[in-house]
Every structure is written in structure tokens, then in C-alpha cells.
Design a protein around this ligand. Structure first.
Ligand code: PGA
Length: 255
């Protein structure tokens, strides 16, 4: 039996979805969590515009808030950008960095992702550092090389279990309804874990490794029970409190 030392992390990535009225979903999530005796760590990453508005709704609940990206600077002439300090000020304790949609849509490369993680730490946030191969890389036999490069260049050497989690999100499984098989997930996580240990030493053994890509209520429990999975990063199915609660219920909690 696995010994659970750090709680699993159930993180919701709302992406560019949600208006202030979605506070009702946060209230419903809080109400649903109330009756549960043992919980994993529960995190919601809404658009930055909603962090402040949600911070009242999560006060006194186990729900944590996070941002979805951050600039590397604390402040300055960077029109349209948001710093890690600003996310923290608005109520965040986490920030996602290196999501594949940021890497693709905004050309964010590994070195920038590492700098964003360090910016998160400067501001006192934990970073969720995303990695994952595309369908083309996978079919060209480049999956391991892609992951190894992403680990080498976007996961900083100062990464620890206290300041970060790494999320494995195969791009072909994001928003497609195509979940990686449990064998694929176990295999990829074992590979990533070995690389993290090689690059980070003992910290690489304990940093949480999340899976993301079409996680939903119907597959969350089996994914969260898979060897090497320390949590999930959930997109579409995190938007509705009822679905997200069902995913939280699939977590392994320490007894
Ligand atoms: P999905 O997104 O759950 O909608 O596939 C996951 C993610 O992009 O973090």
C-alpha cells in the first residue's frame, strides 16, 4: 500500500471562463466540502479578474485560489500582464506556469517557464509547472526527449514539495475527451519521477506529480488511484461545483 505523506492536490484550471456570477459555484463547492471529514488539497485557478471577488467566498473554507500564469517581473511597463505579486495580493496562493496553451498561444519557452516559477516563489506563491508532449511528438517517438527537456529547462533546481507541483498534461488529452490510459499515465509519471530525482535529488522524490487532460468525475478515481499520481489538474470539469466535488471525492486521503 502506498503511504501518503503529502495530500493529493485537486486543482481546477478555469482557463478563460467565468464571470463574477460564478461565485455561486465557489459557494456550492465550499458547501459541498463542508461535510467531508478528510480532504485532499483543493485549489481553484480562475481568471485573474475573479481572484479578488472569490477571495471572500473561500475565506474560512479549505479552498485555495491560484492564478493561471504570471509575468517574471514584479511590476513595470508590461501592458496587459499580471505579476505573481499581484496574484498574491488578489488572494492567490498558487500559480500555474507553462500550461501548454500558454506555451503554444504565447510562445512561452522552457526558460521563461522556469523564470515564472521563480517569480512565483519571490512573491510567496507555489508554482504548478506544466509539462507534456504533443500528439506529433508522441507519434514521432519524441515523448521522452520532450519531457526530459521540459524538466531540465522549465523545472528550476530550487523546486521542492513545499513550493511546487509538476503537472504532466499530454497535449493530445487536453480538452479532447481523450484521456491517457492508466498505463500511459503510470509510465509517463515513472519516467518524469526518475528525471526529477536525477535533477533535483531528494526534492525530486517528494514533489507532487499531477496528471491533467480530460479528467472528469467518471475517470477521476481510477486516475487518482494510479501509481505515481499525486493529484490532478482539471480544466473543463472544474467549472461546475458538482463535477469538481465528484473529482475531489475520487482522491486518496490519508487515514
Ligand atoms: P481539460 O484541461 O481537463 O479540459 O482537458 C486540462 C488542462 O488543460 O489543465
Amino acid at each position: 500500500m502506498d503511504i501518503v505523506t503529502t495530500p493529493q492536490l485537486i486543482a481546477g484550471n478555469w482557463k478563460m471562463n467565468g464571470l463574477l456570477a460564478a461565485r455561486g459555484e465557489i459557494a456550492a463547492l465550499a458547501a459541498g466540502l463542508k461535510g467531508r471529514a478528510r480532504l485532499p488539497e483543493v485549489l481553484v485557478c480562475p481568471p485573474a479578474t475573479l481572484l479578488h471577488g472569490f477571495s471572500g467566498a473561500v475565506a474560512g473554507t479549505p479552498i485555495k485560489l491560484g492564478g493561471q500564469t504570471c509575468h517574471t517581473a514584479a511590476a513595470g511597463a508590461h501592458t496587459g500582464d499580471v505579476s505573481a505579486e499581484m496574484l498574491k495580493d488578489a488572494g492567490a496562493s498558487y500559480v500555474i506556469v507553462g500550461h501548454s496553451e500558454r506555451r503554444t498561444d504565447h510562445n512561452e519557452a522552457n526558460a521563461l517557464v522556469a523564470a515564472q516559477a521563480r517569480a512565483a516563489w519571490r512573491a510567496g506563491l507555489s508554482a504548478i509547472i506544466c509539462i507534456g508532449e504533443s500528439e506529433a511528438q508522441r507519434s514521432a517517438g519524441q515523448m521522452e526527449k520532450t519531457l526530459a527537456d521540459q524538466i531540465a529547462y522549465s523545472v528550476p533546481s530550487e523546486t521542492t514539495v513545499a513550493n511546487a507541483a509538476v503537472a504532466y498534461e499530454p497535449i493530445w488529452a487536453i480538452g479532447t475527451g481523450k484521456t491517457a490510459s492508466l498505463d500511459d499515465i503510470e509510465g509517463a509519471h515513472a519516467f518524469i519521477r526518475a528525471r526529477l530525482e536525477a535533477s533535483l535529488g531528494p526534492a525530486g522524490r517528494s514533489v507532487r506529480l499531477l496528471y491533467g487532460g480530460s479528467v472528469k468525475p467518471s475517470n477521476a478515481k481510477e486516475i487518482l488511484s494510479t501509481r505515481g499520481v499525486d493529484g490532478v489538474l482539471v480544466g473543463g470539469a472544474s467549472l461546475k461545483a458538482a463535477d469538481f466535488l465528484a473529482i475531489v471525492d475520487g482522491a486518496r486521503v490519508a487515514v
